[in-house]
Design a binder for this molecule. Structure first.
Ligand code: FES
Ligand SMILES: [Fe+2]
Length: 438
């Protein structure tokens, strides 16, 4: 399908579909790409939008075979306009991980979270149904729930509108004189929910096809970990980081830096040259990276070996590699023989994200009397490695804002970046076509 011609600022009006994803707000940060897009329109020089047919077309060079590909333009990581576009291209239609089903095991359990600025409450209602809803009160937009806990419903603290666990408004004081108001017509907006391997995913798109059929390859690769039955503590408070969500996602995708940034006794047993990248297609909801290890049951601690009970059904192949499973734009898994680290990335701006960092173990592993001491050894090593990654992530974002930020080239050890680029650009391209069709 041909790519539509670029549009100019002055050609748009309120009714064009290309404005659907746009949001009134501060103009995008000037960038060297945008500076190249100055156009004369009706005798006036205007600054064209970043998102144009040429820009979208320029992304295709990131989807080529890795030997020929280049990185995405820096603006994809820094531009407020691109972030708004990306909300429509990715976050409004993809399945987004928000937590673990174990966090809402019993009727009345709930937890709250946020992604792309949308406050969400996940509940187990009294009939046992798992629900995800906006937590925005339908009176004057106070949030009806914070944190997590167990409750029979939610009472908005502002004017005491009361909602049941399924989101129905069940009480609204002093509203008897209000015309055409029936509390039965009011409920917290609901989102689709799907549980995959114990992870709760939501979707803002009521017409989104199910997630699991598009994760068959990932599911087959990690099925021996039996994550649906894995156990782990609820993560602590979310981290908040000043970089684009893709910088974080790509860092976790990246086999190239393992033997460089992390060179030393805590990481050398997972060398970059043993990276493998199973095939995926952009239609898949996720993709994989394997990284062979120099000995079986390798784990991140000073002994370099698993200390905690192993996941009981692992194959020899599983035990001689680390598996990295990526389900963009929110979930990234680092899988070892005795521990799985999961990252739930929650974009909240063009240059910021929140992240829940959680751990999963084999069933019963946490009952080991030495569990906490052994885990402390793992976390001391993981903490040192993560600190190296965070330092890089923060400064990559600084570099991406520079006028000298490149569209760089890739090593073969960055195969997962190529898969991520194809996943992203497929959706950017489709969304641009859909939203400019008029
Ligand atoms: S904002 Fe919730 S009751 Fe008024
Ligand atoms: Fe790293």
């Amino acid at each position: 399908m041909p790519i539509p011609p670029p549009h100019l600022e002055g050609e748009e009006n309120e009714t064009t579909s290309s404005t659907r994803w746009r949001k009134t707000g501060p103009p995008p940060r000037p960038s060297h790409f945008a500076a190249q897009q100055r156009r004369e329109f009706q005798g006036v020089v205007v600054m064209a939008d970043l998102i144009s047919a040429e820009f979208i077309q320029s992304l295709s060079s990131s989807t080529r075979d890795l030997s020929e590909a280049e990185t995405l333009p820096p603006e994809c990581y820094t531009s407020a306009e691109f972030y708004e576009f990306e909300k429509e291209a990715l976050f409004n239609h993809e399945w987004l991980c928000v937590g673990r089903e174990a966090w809402v095991a019993s009727p009345g359990d709930y937890f709250t979270t946020q992604i792309i600025g949308e406050p969400i409450v996940v509940t187990r209602d009294m009939s046992g149904t798992l629900r995800a809803m906006s937590s925005v009160c339908q009176h004057r937009a106070m949030l009806v729930a914070e944190g997590h806990g167990n409750a029979r419903g939610f009472l908005c603290p502002y004017h005491h509108w009361a909602y049941s666990l399924d989101g129905q408004l069940v009480g609204a004081p002093a509203m008897g004189k209000t015309c055409n108001f029936d509390r039965k017509d009011v409920r917290l907006p609901q989102m689709k929910v799907e549980v995959w391997m114990g992870f709760i995913f939501i979707n803002f798109d009521d017409d989104a096809p199910p997630l699991a059929p598009r994760l068959r390859n990932v599911e087959a690769a990690i099925s021996n970990f039996d994550l649906a039955n894995a156990e782990g503590p609820r993560p602590g408070p979310a981290g908040k980081f000043p970089w684009n969500w893709k910088v974080m996602f790509e860092n976790n995708n990246d086999g190239y830096h393992a033997s460089k940034l992390h060179h030393g006794p805590l990481h050398d047993f997972v060398p970059s040259h043993l990276a493998e990248f199973p095939d995926s297609t952009p239609a898949d909801a996720g993709f994989l990276r394997y990284n062979g290890t120099l000995h079986p049951d390798a784990s991140f601690n000073a002994t370099q070996k698993a200390l905690l009970p192993l996941f009981p059904s692992l194959s020899d192949a599983d035990r001689n590699r680390m598996t990295f499973a990526n389900i963009p734009p929110t979930l990234s898994l680092v899988m070892m023989s005795d521990m799985v680290i999961y990252l739930i990335l929650r974009a909240d701006g063009p240059e910021s994200l929140e992240q829940d960092t959680g751990l999963l173990f084999a069933p019963g592993a946490m009952k080991d009397p030495g569990f906490q001491h052994k885990l402390d050894m793992n976390m001391a090593a993981a903490g040192a490695i993560i600190a190296q990654d965070m330092h890089v992530d923060e400064l990559v974002q600084v570099g991406l804002r520079s006028r000298f930020a490149p569209r760089g080239r890739y090593s073969w050890q960055e195969g997962a970046q190529g898969q991520f680029n194809r996943w992203l650009v497929h959706r950017y391209d489709e969304t641009y076509r859909r939203t400019t069709r008029g």
